[in-house]
Structures are given as C-alpha cells and as structure tokens.
Design a protein around this ligand. Structure first.
Ligand SMILES: Nc1ncnc2c1ncn2[C@@H]1O[C@H](COP(=O)(O)OP(=O)(O)OP(=O)(O)O)[C@@H](O)[C@H]1O
Ligand SMILES: [Mg+2]
Length: 330
C-alpha cells in the first residue's frame, strides 16, 4: 500500500448561523449553529484520486476549503505530507501550502476578467517562486501547452475562451507552483458533456505525468466512476461510507450509498442529472437524531433514530450504519 499524502482526522466545522443580535433578542431565539462537517476522517494515498460525493449541502466544499486553508477547522486535524496544518511553524505551513492548489467549479467566476491569461497563470509563480521574468514567461508558455492551449493564448483575456478552455486556464494556474496535491471542487459540472470528458481526460493525463494527488469533489457518480481510486460518501456533514471505487459500486454498504447508485443513470455518460433520490435533504440546522439518514432509509431499524452509528472498519473500507454495528456485513 502507498503512503498517505493527506490525512484528515475528526475534521469538524461549525458555522454560527444565528440571526443578528437584536433580531434574536426580539424574537427570543437562541444562537443557532450548523455543523457543516462533523468529525470526518479519511486519508488520500500519494498519486491517487479520492472522490468526495454527496448531495448539495453535505459539506463537500467546506472540507475542500479547510484543506486548502481558505477556512479554519472548528476542531480536528489535517496532515499534509506529515505537516500538521494547525500546529506547524509558519515556514512549514507556507512550504506545504505551495504544494496544494485548488480548481473551482465555475471557470467563469474564478478567473479575473481584467487580467491577461499569462498573468492569471503566472500569479502563483509570482507568489511562490523566485524566478526571473524570462523564466516566468517560459514557465507560463509550458503550462499553457501542457493543458492543450497555445502560447499565443497568454495575451488574451478570459472572455475570449469557451468554458472548457477557461477550465484549462484554471488547471494551468493550479499547476503553476508545481503542486503535488490538487483539490478539485466540481471542476467540470458547469461544462457540456463532451467538453467535460476532455477536461477529465486532461486531468487524468496530468495526474499520470506529474504524479499528482487529487481530492475530487462531485455529485456525479459517472464522474466518480471515471476518476476515483477511493470514494467517500458524505451525508449532512458526516462521512457515512468510504471504500475503493470498485467495491463501493459493486457492494455498497450504506443504504444511502445504495440509494445514490440506484438513482444514477444506467447509461454511462457524464453530467446527466440523477433521477430524483427518495425524500428531501433535512434542514442541517436541526438534523434528524441518531443516524441523520434514518427518515429516508428503507432499511431503518428501531434504534436508528436514537443511536449515532459508530464507524466500522474492514480493510480499506469504512461504514457508519447500525446494520453494520458488528462489523462490515456485506
Ligand atoms: N459560511 C457559511 N456560513 C454558514 N453556513 C455555511 C457556510 N458555508 C457553508 N455553510 C452551510 O454548510 C453546509 C455545507 O455546505 P457546503 O457548501 O460545504 O456543501 P456542498 O456539499 O459543497 O454543497 P453543493 O453541492 O451545493 O456545493 C450547508 O448547509 C451550507 O449552507
Ligand atoms: Mg460545494
């Protein structure tokens, strides 16, 4: 087994979602909190892709932001290549940050429209690397070619490109500081199906050529099937199942994972919407007691509304469900 590059332990993020003080006092309401990420554990092997999947509001982007340092955890730990991001020295944190980059969902919103592409792609070089103007220009040209754009594109502005090309610019920028770990938050969900496949192929090629490690966030199981080595399933902030891709699809352990797989389109293809999954996602401010999934679960038993299932591990799989409380029962 390869060694882990990223390890997340009991990662938790609570948001204060109270009304402003005066409104709260007048309405005689207490402070309200929302646990967006609840004690999540996983690790990502070097050079592999870990996909996080879950419905809207399950906490995927909140985890992504904590990994790249855009948001601090309420509690829990993130280790990247052995560096504990909460307790390391400033120097260790900054040298670790240089090796992590993020690709966002919306290639329109994440590129500064007033900058030329060469400055967008070159920004991380300026921020993290001490190189001459000539070396910087050479590096930007190499990056543009690496992602399938031309060196002439460097002089253009983002609006001159299609959605898929803009995401290529985002990828070039993410690669600029020679990162090892890239957090991809729904990088292709705003793209047309055929363009999506091209960008996913590019990302796979880059991973192979550069030895990259990906955390790949998506709600699309077809994309998970195509990209992931290992998959984590989130439900209302909790990681309810984690397994190697093939095992997850062949023998899902958690009823929620089963439901997602049943609801996914049968025909292979990217970007299709799921058929409606059963039931509504509950309000995350007052989630159901016990197992958060129990009101939607077809296999629930009496204890499910009182008891929070503990995580059961077997080999490189884990599941939190009372049906597996004596160990993984597949
Ligand atoms: N800054 C914030 N303040 C308050 N609540 C927040 C904040 N950011 C996220 N949340 C809440 O945390 C929960 C998880 O949000 P998050 O954006 O991580 O979900 P997600 O899985 O990325 O969803 P999507 O698929 O829609 O992108 C949601 O209920 C969201 O409303
Ligand atoms: Mg999100």
């Amino acid at each position: 087994m390869n060694e882990s590059l990223v390890t997340v332990q009991a990662l938790t993020r609570v948001f204060d979602v109270s009304k402003p003080w005066l409104n709260r006092v007048l309405a005689r309401e207490k402070r309200q909190t929302l646990t967006a990420v609840d004690s999540v554990d996983f690790s990502i092997e070097r050079g592999s892709t870990y996909a996080l999947v879950g419905e809207s509001g399950s906490g995927k982007s909140t985890i992504a932001k904590m990994l790249v340092g855009l948001l601090s955890p309420t509690s829990g730990r993130v280790h990247i290549d052995g560096v504990d991001l909460a307790n390391a020295s400033a120097a260790d944190i900054s040298s670790t940050r240089k090796r992590i980059h993020m690709i966002f969902q919306d290639p329109y919103a994440s590129l500064n429209p007033r900058w030329r592409v060469r400055d967008i792609v070159g920004e991380p070089i300026d921020a993290f690397m001490n190189v001459s103007a000539t070396e910087r220009a050479k590096k930007v040209d190499e990056l543009l070619e690496k992602v399938g754009l031309s060196t002439k594109d460097g002089a253009k502005f983002p609006h001159e490109f299609s959605g898929g090309q803009r995401q290529r610019i985002g990828i070039a920028r993410a690669l600029a500081s020679d990162p090892e770990f890239i957090v991809c938050d729904e990088p292709t969900s705003a793209l047309d199906v055929s363009v999506q496949a091209q960008v996913l192929n590019l990302m796979r090629d880059l991973q192979r050529d550069l030895g990259l490690t990906y955390l790949f966030i998506t709600h699309d199981l077809a994309v998970v099937r195509y990209m992931a080595d290992h998959v984590g399933v989130l439900y209302l902030g909790r990681l309810i199942e984690s397994a190697p891709r093939q095992q997850l699809f062949d023998s899902p352990a958690h009823p929620y994972t089963q439901m997602l797989i049943d609801a996914a389109p049968r025909v292979d293809g990217f970007g299709r919407d799921h058929e409606a999954v059963d039931g509504e996602i509950p309000d995350p401010i007052s989630p159901p007691s016990g197992c958060h999934f129990h009101p939607r679960c077809k296999q629930r038993i009496d204890q499910c509304n009182q008891q929070v299932p503990t995580v059961q591990h077997a080999d490189d799989r884990s599941v939190s469900c009372l049906l597996h409380s004596q160990g993984l029962n597949l």
